[in-house]
Design a protein around this ligand. Structure first.
Ligand code: UD1
Ligand code: CA
Length: 477
């Protein structure tokens, strides 16, 4: 989402370790915590995406609880991480954060800087981590810290004067230490060689009987390695997800970021609190979006596009000047395939329209209420304004497809194509049984069921002739 400069300091090779072995009991879910979705993407994938923005040499993910599922999810995701190595290491059993990072040691070189992240902290900004890496500089231990009014539960940053001396966990802290409001975020950057040596010295003599990663601060101090704290104020960047409530709160925080970014580009949002972008939304100039719209996958809106309230739009390219009226559902398939959806310039879609995978609409096409279009091409100026189905159809320019008419594209085993050539007028309530071609300029009488191709320019009527019996007496009791 954010555009940042890449890591230009070539002296600092970065390896990222993401801890993701914890259980996440409070999610009360079968799904491993780090696979819960934020903006349509697993929490862990957000963290991997951030690592990609750092131009990391490699990412090591520590898995444990739900390891098989977590590793499968990483293997299946082809998002932002194209071009860098991702390795999973199991931590079994889970004996603490220090023990977690110890598992990564065999994969880490001595030359670089190791950035430690958590798989359940999805909203850290890459530029924040760039600052942390710069603060580490390859020879210092850099901690990301923050002041909390209520620091309960967090490791406290213990200073002597201004100098950081230790991180003390809540359960090991004295009453005076518990009063400290500066806490460790769980994110650090350390010189790899020193980190490895410190990890080898960790013990578990503490209140929780765990190997604390945070104990390395004491070792750094003892070794005379400077410890620097990079303190931030934006709490959502270090917020972890432990419960459905926290997940929902971070979802809102993420969506607010997206909304602000769009508005900075000039997009008019009726209400930035009522927008959901689960993927990438690209907007041209003078786009306006009414309330309660959801965008999924890759959606591109051209200049002047207007989106009405309550629309759901996935994987679609909507050209300049098109208007999508309220309650329209546009569900394109994989971006870059024939299943993605295209809506032409100046088209008018909805209200209550449904565009399914492979709908390709030319400029000035009109699709009205309760019209479904699937795997069909509609050329410039074609219209289907009411209650219709166009499936596996090729529709020519200026065709008018009447209310209640459908293409019968499926014979129970196979799908067949319907071709409706330019300037055809299909009346109301027609059934076009595919495969079928309606010749250019032809007219299909209302209520017809067509099974045979029709010649250009012809009127085709396929229904019983009307009979009127004079003076008809209805049955009487
Ligand atoms: C940790 C820090 C604490 C800091 C807090 C910030 C330690 C000892 N304490 O505490 O100073 O304020 O984070 O949130 O590091 N994990 C594993 N394997 C394990 C244990 C944990 O992979 O054996 C993972 C968890 O899945 C999680 C992350 O490490 O993603 C942090 O673990 P968590 O238990 O939340 O850390 P805290 O005890 O809260
Ligand atoms: Ca813990």
């Amino acid at each position: 989402m954010t555009v940042i400069s890449k890591n230009t300091n070539t002296a600092n090779v970065v390896d990222v370790v993401i801890m993701a072995a914890g259980k996440g009991t409070r999610m009360k879910s079968k799904l491993p915590k780090v696979l819960h979705l934020l903006a349509g993407r697993a929490l862990l994938q957000h963290v991997v995406d951030t690592a990609a923005e750092l131009s990391a040499r490699q990412v090591v993910v520590i898995t444990g609880h739900g390891a098989i599922e977590v590793e499968a999810a990483l293997a299946g995701d082809t998002g932002a991480r194209a071009g860098f190595g991702i390795n999973c290491v199991r931590q079994e059993p889970q004996l603490g954060t220090g023990h977690a990072v110890q598992q990564a040691v065999p994969l880490l070189g001595d030359d670089g800087i190791v950035v430690v992240l958590s798989g359940d902290v999805p909203l850290t900004r890459a530029d924040t981590l760039m600052h942390l890496i710069a603060a580490c500089g390859g020879n210092k231990l850099a901690l990301l810290t923050i002041d909390f009014v209520d620091p309960a539960g967090y490791g406290r940053i213990v200073r002597q004067g201004q100098v950081v001396r230790a991180i003390v966990e809540q359960k090991d802290a004295s009453p005076e230490q518990r009063a400290i409001t500066e806490v460790y975020s769980g994110i650090m950057a350390a010189p790899a060689r020193a980190l490895k040596a410190w990890l080898a010295r960790l013990g578990n003599q503490n209140a929780q009987g765990e190997y604390y990663l945070t104990d390395i601060v004491k070792f750094a101090v003892a070794d005379g390695v400077p410890v620097v704290a990079h303190k931030i104020t934006d709490a959502c960047q270090v917020a972890g997800v432990n419960s459905p409530l926290q997940l929902a709160e971070l979802e809102r925080a993420y969506q607010k970021r997206v909304a602000v970014q769009l508005m900075e580009q000039g997009v008019r949002l009726a209400d930035p609190a009522r927008l959901d972008v689960r993927g990438v939304l690209q907007c041209g100039r003078d786009v306006s979006i009414d309330v309660n719209c959801v965008f999924e996958g890759q959606v591109s809106l051209g200049e002047g596009v207007k989106i009405g309230a309550n629309c759901m739009i996935a994987n679609a390219t909507i050209a300049a000047g098109a208007v999508i009226h309220p309650f329209t559902h546009i569900e394109g398939g994989q971006p870059g395939t024939k299943d993605a959806i295209e809506v032409g310039a100046g088209a008018r879609i909805g209200p209550f329209a449904r565009l399914r995978p492979g709908a390709k609409l030319g400029s000035d096409v009109h699709i009205g209420n309760f019209v479904e279009v699937k795997n069909s091409t509609l050329a410039k100026g074609a219209k289907a304004n009411h209650l219709a189905y166009l499936g596996d159809a090729t529709v020519g320019e200026r065709v008018n497809f009447g209310a209640g008419s459908i293409t019968a594209n499926y014979d129970g085993a196979f799908k067949h194509r319907t071709v409706i050539e330019a300037d055809v007028h299909v009346g109301s309530n027609c059934v076009l049984i595919a495969p079928l071609t309606i010749g250019a300029g032809g007219t299909v009488g209302g209520g017809s069921t067509l099974t045979k191709d029709t010649p250009p320019g012809a009127l085709s009527v396929a229904r019983a002739r009307q009979v009127s019996i004079a003076n008809w007496k209805r049955p009487a009791k």
